[in-house]
Design a protein around this ligand. Structure first.
Ligand SMILES: [Zn+2]
Ligand SMILES: [Zn+2]
Length: 394
């Protein structure tokens, strides 16, 4: 008989209203990376109420073991705690009370899901022949290199055999699971370019080296890096997302600044793309008589799913959501995730839980109108419970 049976599902459904209340409370009180003090307190209180002894990790992170020191396997499950530095534009009754901070990636929902798992696991404590480690991670959204890296460095995965995480995704149908072995999310690089020209009077361009025109050429030339540098299956993204220069209408400025992002999925493609960017930027600058300063800083690595772990997620999803609702469609995604560091440390798998409402264009993660879909909380809890059972062979 499958572990995620009608009894377990009924238990999860009975808990869902309370988890929704917590999720909305977290939504009202969003906190940025490494500032998740209130969120951490909510998590700790819940864990203590359910028989755990939580401890701190990576500043504002929280860890709890179901069976500390158990000689059997340890399976780790991760949720992220932080919000984004962006405004809340919705008029939800539980909208953010903090100006410029909002849960627009659904980490409030991920936290609620893992709290649900904690409560259900507590009831099955005696049936589990090993340990489950719950990782409530701070700072996924890119503060100081990410909270996952720091958690790994501080030993959060010591003694862990496998680690799993989920992310809601409005681009996939509600309740569907998306998973595959290998790359799930991209290697990110920050791209920064400063074009140094020669400024002067707007009426005397012949005496200047216009950095705006040169930077514009660089932006256009960068479009060839993927389109002309890689074949049909290249799989990379180069986006210039900021272009700033100048102060007024009649002065040719001395500099122009560009900022952007590069996304790749394989080391050889990364190398090729970065090499082409260097050539294009410096070559274009030289052709136009200006100098370009180029910085390419690596961000999160590729989230690489271990084949065994990814197959386990697929198997469990078939049981929990049905075989028609699990696939690898739309993967990998060019977003970045610091779960990559956890999946580098031990075998692991990351999967998406669809949150797209039927028949409407649901705002995606990081969209100002985004809100976590509470109706997927039970599926998230059931997926993690199913994974625990699968990995313990019960
Ligand atoms: Zn995000
Ligand atoms: Zn996220």
């Amino acid at each position: 008989m499958p572990f995620v049976d009608a009894t377990l599902r009924a238990e999860i459904d009975a808990l869902a209203p309370e988890l929704t209340t917590i999720r909305r409370d977290l939504h009202r009180h969003p906190e940025l990376g490494f500032e998740e003090h209130r969120t951490g307190a909510v998590v700790r209180a819940w864990l203590e109420r359910h028989g755990y002894t939580p401890r701190s990790c990576a500043s504002t992170g929280v860890i709890a073991d179901l069976h500390p020191g158990h000689p059997g396997k340890t399976i780790a499950l991760r949720a992220d705690l932080d919000c984004l530095p962006m405004p809340e534009t919705t008029d939800l009754p539980y909208r953010s009370i903090h100006e410029g901070r909002a849960h627009k990636c659904g980490h409030d929902g991920h936290t609620a899901v893992l709290l649900g798992v904690a409560a259900i696991l507590d009831r099955y404590r005696d049936r589990l022949p090993g340990n489950v480690r719950l990782l409530f991670q701070p700072a996924e959204e890119g503060v100081d290199g990410g909270g996952a890296k720091r958690m790994v460095a501080e030993g959060a995965l010591d003694g862990v055999d496998e680690v799993y995480a989920l992310h809601n995704w409005p681009g996939h149908p509600r309740g569907h699971i998306r998973v595959k072995p290998g790359p799930m999310l991209a290697q990110t690089h920050w791209l920064g370019i400063t074009v140094h020209g020669v400024g002067g009077h707007g009426s005397q361009p012949q005496l200047c080296r216009d950095p705006i025109v040169a930077a514009a050429h660089i932006v256009v030339a960068l479009q060839t890096v993927v389109a002309r540098g890689l074949g049909y299956d290249g799989g990379a993204v180069v986006s210039v997302c900021r272009f700033s220069s100048g102060t007024t209408d009649n002065v040719v400025p001395a500099t122009a600044e560009l900022e952007g992002t590069v996304r790749t999925f394989a080391p050889e493609i990364t190398e090729l793309v970065l090499a082409r960017i260097r050539e294009v930027v410096h070559g274009t600058a030289a052709a136009l008589g200006v100098r370009a300063e180029l910085e390419l800083e690596p961000g999160y690595p590729v989230v690489m799913n271990d084949p065994t772990c990814a197959h386990a997620v697929h198997r469990v999803a078939t049981q929990v959501v049905g075989s028609g609702a699990v696939s690898d469609a739309g993967l990998p995604i060019a977003g970045g995730e610091d779960f990559a560091y956890m999946a580098q440390a031990v075998p692991g798998a990351f999967f998406f839980l669809g949150a797209g409402a039927p028949g409407r264009d649901t705002p995606g993660c990081h969209h100002p109108d985004f809100d976590f879909d509470d109706t997927i909380i039970p599926t998230g809890v059931a997926m993690f419970m199913g994974l625990v059972a699968d990995r313990f062979g019960i």
